[in-house]
Design a protein around this ligand. Sequence first.
Ligand code: GLA
Length: 724
Amino acid sequence: MKIWKTSITLLILANVVQAASYVPITTDNTCLLLKVNDKNRLEQTYYGAKISNVDELSMVDQQQFTAYSTFGTTHVFEAALRAIHADGNTSTELGFLSSSTESLSENVTQTVIKLKDEHYDLYVDIYYKAYQKEDILEQWVEIRNGQKKSIRLTNFASSDLSFNASEYYVSHFHGDWSNEMNISEQQLTEGIKIIDSKLGVRSTQFTHPSFILSLNQPAAENDGEIIGGTLAWPGNFQFAFEVDNMDKLRVLSGANPYASEYTLEKNETLKTPSLLFSYSNEGTGKMTRNFHRWARKYGIKNGDKERAVLLNNWEATYFDFDEPKLTKIIDDAAKMGFELFLLDDGWFGNKYPRNSDNAGLGDWETNKKKLPNGIPYLINECHKRNIKFGIWVEPEMVNPKSELYEKHPDWVIAQPYRERVEQRNQLNLDLSNPEVQEFVFNVVDKILRENPGIDYVKWDANRYVFNSGSSFLPADKQSHLFFDYSKHLMQIMNKISRKYPDVTFMACSGGGGRIDYGSMQYFDEYWISDNNDPIQRIFTQWGSQYFFPTIGLASHVSASPNHISGRTTPLKYRFDIAMAAKLGMDLQPSQMTEKEYKFSQQAIQLYKEIRNTVLMGDLYRILSPYKHNRTVYMYVNDAKSEAVVFNFLVRKEVYPKPPTIVLQGLDPDKKYRLKEINKDPDDWSRFTKYEGKILSGDYLMTVGLHFTMYNEYESLVIQLNEVN
Ligand code: GLA
């Protein structure tokens, strides 16, 4: 990577208050302006659209927000940092030391602002990475104890952003297993709203570490000031939104301080997770496209590489399989057009065979009865049919009924004197313990080393943390467990990902329990929910896509009636929603009728033709499933030469009132041919009046399309191709 050093320099602006100096953090369209005030303390004076003359921003002086607030002196609101010094002093006051900026590449600059307590040797370095083209800022903080004795941190936020607007609205994501990522918006009133997770592991299942803040009005798709933030951390997180007596808003983001006091020994540094955030004055649509573009380049592993269409045996067989059954599925998968076969849970354990979720977890030896010829046999069966092979692991967990637990009962997270509480018959391994860290790394490493030819790994984690105690951590550091678990987990993921850059990894955690940019830099794909019901998927995919890119969003066609919801839906509808993301299937082709088989084969073929645009195109949301009976969204490729528009009827219309579908993101000067794709050959088309027509981008984005859809579970996909 090319690195230029522009050793900085504070920007000393003209017309500024005496002695004040400024540090602007800019991207192509945004600016975060920090100021060192006349008391040598750091303030945030502005965050918003960039103006052509950044110097003039020195006039925005009425705000005077602390850029990283501390407890114990004059700050009477929630503080980003609270440290208890060795002598018992509970206050911190940070003074400015220096600032420097360097270019990490043509697109990325990094600024470090160094602060120090005005009395104690406590150092706080604030890092900002600015991704120019994508308008994304990344902020984290490094806190170092330079004192002779240890200090205790009770609060250690990653970021402390402030805003001054007439009204504030926050949208966030919530749910539970099989019902993840529902979006809800509230207006903030005086006081504090906290959005957090205390689940420890599988931590994004109830709430997600992302927020959308809208200034002055509720969030809109194409207008208004929006700040989107997401914390890159697989563990407990907290966002605290505090509206103060002056109606100003402070947003603290970081690892959850809840039950997590952290002791820093002499010269020890705590590095907080990164907050990734983006400002848009064109609504949530632009914000999403900023994150997707950033993620494909920086946030997700191999974000620019094509993804394989896969068949997963989980819902097809659950634990009930053997070699002949899998070989048949592999054969069918290859014939149907799949590019990868993923072997799910149930392939391991001998003393305690993994025939259900109550035994064997932790014993990563191939089950000899089910698979007498081992994993290499299955790899070979795949490779000789020219498809790839993937495998499921859950390396951080253990069933008490396992050889691993018999050998190392002290390796699990537990509190003495408390009832041991299992979830899905399993316990968490204690990742604060270096021996356990080594074990977890080795689980994945050994499987990949001993079975060359594995192309894909689904890494699962199926429980939360209860009884959060560690037999490894000393008594006075028990509260490090939550933070250390996530820190070490990320280190292990990093080590694996570096060692196996070409193996595709999927982040799964009992559905969508681990969707965060801390993990995603080491994963190519993510599993948003165990619920494959297409109606449910419309909502879960809609929510997930605000911050996370389509290229990683795995979506599978599964059985009807659906195993979780019991709902019966047409195969086309199930395919269309899965094809709106990264297509896969959880069905046995041999159990399909001839008609279904043929339809599936054609749909897979068609998907291969459009996947580039779907996975790597820009997403434009047209109609929300929360507000309309029909939901519509579209993807447009970079060259604006192809677009794919997905329409789903979410609620049946008794008397249809078709909405006008005004498209977005096209080139107004280009002409496009319209075609309905993935049609059910036996059904009549709602799209005949447009079929094969050539219309300009201008028409499509001004007048739009108008056609009815009213039957239960109707969907319609339109492909637009540029015509020269
Ligand atoms: C979790 C995952 C599923 C499947 C099962 C296997 O629930 O989310 O996709 O892999 O585990 O036990």
